[in-house]
Write a protein that binds this ligand. Structure first.
Ligand code: NDP
Ligand code: OXD
Length: 313
């Protein structure tokens, strides 16, 4: 029987993982990551979010590493990662749907002044105001047009937002004006009234949301960061909000998570902070996705959505 070690959600999550895998892959022996009775040579598969560095390299017969999230930066960052073992990223339909929903909520929150409304309600203040623009007058620009960005673009268009997108290589998505590469980045930013970051964490994208990029956006633009905390220089974002260049921000990801209680983003009147929850598919959805991939792999079929070491995502 093949063994799958799981490190996602802590040991308390194991009964739930086992229940789902027993439905979708009854032949799989599902064990907790630190189960001392499993010798490293017996491990066939792992499902992990942030394995300790060096540990995966101790498993000589590992066949596939399944990332428990779409971004696998906490796995790929291991200098001793066994690079010959395929690393598969999570992308069940429920994950992209949830991300699309979150991005639509965030864009509408910025458009409708949700942070202002929440602050007024907390102060019992009847502050009537009219949002200036409709969705149809507000172009949303998405950096990263992969699994997540592509679905978010589709759902934003459905609401009526004009959508532009930017990726490393050129994409073609219905109804989306697509820009590609560094040479077209400024043209993309100049058209963007609400900027959404759905990039992976790579050496090239580190710190991309900083003062020079923000200055390319039109005055009063909104920002939604659902990529990674490493993409943003938070002090540049707060400075742009304070001087009025940015109109508001929804930030789901931070360099340090949980965000420390004394961080200025928490109380900022133009910032909605969410605790890295934009898109987390259920354990059931993830177990089904992994079970299907294991079955395909054991039939000798190629795996989809693999991490590419040369690209860094
Ligand atoms: P994909 O790999 O499917 O898509 C990544 C996109 O980013 C691609 O379009 C890619 O371009 C583009 N890209 C990569 N590098 C660059 C670059 N240097 N310049 C321009 N574009 C670039 O990833 P997913 O859509 O599945 O996920 C994206 C990220 O979203 C994850 O890595 C993770 O960080 C974040 N995420 C956050 C979640 C949350 O809850 N906050 C949940 C899920 C994901 P190309 O198309 O040319 O390859
Ligand atoms: C992911 C995440 O990458 O939840 O899936 O951040």
């Amino acid at each position: 029987m093949a063994i799958l070690l799981v490190k996602s959600g802590g040991e308390d999550a194991m009964p739930e993982w086992r229940a789902h895998f027993s439905e979708f892959a009854p032949g799989l022996d599902v064990r907790w990551w630190d189960d001392a009775s499993v010798p490293p040579a017996a491990v066939d598969y792992v499902l992990v979010w942030d394995p300790e560095a060096g540990r995966l390299g101790t498993m000589p017969n590992l066949r596939v590493i399944f990332g428990s999230g779409a971004g696998v930066d906490f796995i790929a960052g291991d200098p001793a990662l066994p690079r010959h073992v395929p690393l598969m990223r999570m992308a069940p339909a429920g994950a992209t749907q949830r991300m699309g929903e979150f991005v639509c909520w965030a864009a509408l929150s910025l458009l409708k002044g949700a942070r202002r409304i929440a602050l007024n309600q907390a102060a019992a203040k009847w502050d009537y105001f009219e949002p200036e623009y409709t969705a149809t007058e507000t172009t949303v620009g998405i950096m990263g047009l992969g699994n997540m960005g592509g679905r978010a673009a589709e759902m934003l268009s459905g609401i009526g937002f004009p959508v532009v997108g930017w990726s490393r290589t050129r994409k073609s998505l219905p109804g989306v004006t697509c820009f590609a590469g560094d040479a077209e980045r400024d043209a993309f930013l100049e058209r963007t009234k609400i900027l959404v970051c759905l990039l992976p964490a790579t050496a090239e994208t580190r710190g991309i949301i900083s003062a020079p990029l923000l200055r390319k956006l039109p005055k009063g633009a909104g920002l939604v960061n659902v990529g990674r905390g490493s993409h943003q220089k938070i002090e540049d974002i707060l400075a742009a909000l304070n001087d009025g260049h940015l109109g508001g921000a929804v930030i789901d990801v931070f360099e340090t998570e949980p965000l420390p209680a004394d961080h200025p983003a928490w109380a900022h009147p133009k910032v909605i902070v969410t605790p890295h929850l934009a898109s987390l598919p259920s354990r059931r959805e993830r177990a089904q996705y992994v079970a299907k991939a294991i079955a395909a792999h054991e039939r000798g079929e190629a795996l989809a959505n693999l991490y590419d070491h040369a690209r860094g995502y």
